[in-house]
Design a protein around this ligand. Sequence first.
Ligand code: GTP
Ligand code: MG
Length: 196
Amino acid sequence: MIIKSATFVQSATKPSNYPPEGPAEVAFAGRSNVGKSSLINVLVGRRGLVRTSSTPGRTQLLNFFDINGEFSLVDLPGYGFAKVPLAVKKQWGPMMRTYLEQRRSLRAVVLLFDVRRVPREEDIQMLDWLEEFEIPTIPVITKVDKVSRNRRAKQIEPILEATGLPRDAFTLFSALKGDGRDEVWERIEDALATEI
Ligand code: GTP
Ligand code: MG
């Protein structure tokens, strides 16, 4: 994928604020601090396109980006951060479900898992919605640089168990080292090219 342009379009919480339906779209989901924004920045090769933070839970909106004037990437709000106000937490479910259910342009969701963490309820909820709405899913295990190569197989067992997905469903990724970047792009390009 050659990136000619990558620009922030707008933020939204509800469908009336989404950009118009049109260009094929791929969204990125996962718990707070899992590395969604970092993954997008590595994919497009623009370090500062999407704000990343060491304070989890700061991105509570859907953020839409235009790539090459050809397709969109959407940074979805993270979940599961304890310090997010309850009112915001309560919005997460309906906000996410509505987007997944209604967004016609959506071609796939990249769902991120932290290599060091056991998936939680919201991760499984996401998988259930993706299945319910028949949205192709690209599962990614990220931050693999945090675990030595020979411990990885053992380390990801709880993720395979909780999700019920086979090992080869996952792309291993590191925003720090760039592992998995090409594979994630290939899977996104396949999804963008598929009419659903
Ligand atoms: P929210 O927007 O709060 O939901 O978080 P996010 O999922 O967008 O995570 P973000 O990309 O902001 O990354 C959170 C922290 O993890 C940052 O400090 C990143 O530098 C770090 N991080 C992200 N990906 C990786 C990775 O692959 N390896 C390592 N070592 N750190 C990473
Ligand atoms: Mg983010």
